[in-house]
Design a protein around this ligand. Structure first.
Ligand code: FAD
Length: 286
């Protein structure tokens, strides 16, 4: 099923998982998927580790398992830096042959170990290429606080508009901890003529090390309400776990109330955390 159809019917609830790391066997994710299935997501997305065909095969395998074994729609992430058009064509063919219908088209993070491709500089190049070379539904990433590499918030918004005009039919945001940033962004998208559904990306923070790592990677702003929780409970694991889940639930309730198109939960493969959130919000998901 194409994901676009889902957004016409309801406020979507989705999860993100990552394939097992290099040292773990691929089937180590099956238990997580079995548990996540109980929380009735509309789809599950699977991240893509840039560089090397092994990573592509893992993403493909997990996305196919979600679709064929769990009977849940899947969204396969795919990043383009470092790949040329010929390689990309092969990857798209593999997706198609394995029944994958939805792709999250990404640039990928710049990394000195990845030689940049002349064919794909930005995600918009990948969106155009997918549009021309296959019948996929294409999602794109977006950044309520602006992408860290962007010249400005305005420039980022302009680039996002190109990406949507090139064929993205749905956007998923980077994680954020202040819903006001999301509402401002959503408003600016509307004014800029970006009219596709925007899912809000929520990452529950259940320990102090996790938030320190996350913030250093994506630069998300932490509002004072969140910092006070960290100050009080950061060194008390059980309390931090409970407060982190409550914070995410609070964010989600507000987002659903304000008519957000969907909630995308960055599960970090923690089905226990996803379950506790689901149990709190399930009566709101219609
Ligand atoms: P782009 O849309 O290309 O934007 C990147 C930067 O380039 C922005 O600053 C933008 O303003 C600028 N830009 C865009 N188009 C143009 C243009 N035409 N001219 C000039 N400047 C331009 N990474 C992974 O490696 N694997 C994953 O699985 C993964 N999943 C993700 C899922 C989500 C929901 C999100 C939000 C991010 C994910 N990422 C993943 C991270 C992502 O790859 C990085 O954030 C990356 O730095 C940017 O990717 P993008 O697709 O948003 O790039």
């Amino acid at each position: 099923m194409k994901l676009t159809d889902l957004f016409k019917k309801k406020q979507v609830f989705s999860f993100e998982v990552f394939p097992p790391k290099r040292t773990a066997p691929i089937d180590s994710i099956y238990n997580t998927l079995d548990e996540l299935k109980n929380f009735k997501p509309d789809f599950i997305s699977v991240t893509y580790g840039a560089g090397g065909s092994e990573n592509f095969e893992k993403t493909l395998h997990v996305a196919k398992t979600i679709k064929d074994k769990c009977k849940i729609e899947s969204l396969a992430h795919l990043s383009c830096i470092g790949l040329n058009k010929e390689d990309m064509y092969k990857l798209l063919s593999e997706f198609r042959e394995n029944g994958i219908e939805n792709i999250l088209a990404l640039r990928g993070d710049l990394n000195p170990s990845i030689k940049l491709s002349k064919d794909f500089r930005h995600a918009v190049d990948l969106v155009e290429f997918i549009r021309e070379n296959g019948d996929f539904d294409i999602a794109g990433a977006c950044y309520p606080e602006g992408h860290p590499d962007a010249e400005s918030f305005e420039a980022d918004l302009k680039n996002l508009k190109y990406k949507v005009d090139a064929g993205c039919t749905h956007l998923i945001t980077q994680l954020f901890y202040d819903n006001e940033d999301f509402y401002y962004f959503r408003d600016r998208c509307e004014k800029a003529g970006i009219d596709v559904p925007i899912e809000a990306g929520i990452m529950p923070v259940v320990n102090k090390a996790q938030i320190e790592r996350t913030v250093s990677l994506c630069g998300a702003r932490l509002p004072s309400k969140f910092l006070r929780i960290m100050d009080k409970y950061g060194d008390k694991p059980e309390s931090m776990h409970a407060a982190g889940i409550a914070y995410a639930v609070d964010q989600i309730v507000d987002l659903l109330t304000q008519g957000t198109d969907g909630i995308h939960l960055y599960t970090m493969n923690r089905s226990d955390v996803a379950g506790r959130i689901y149990n709190n919000i399930s009566p709101l998901l219609m």
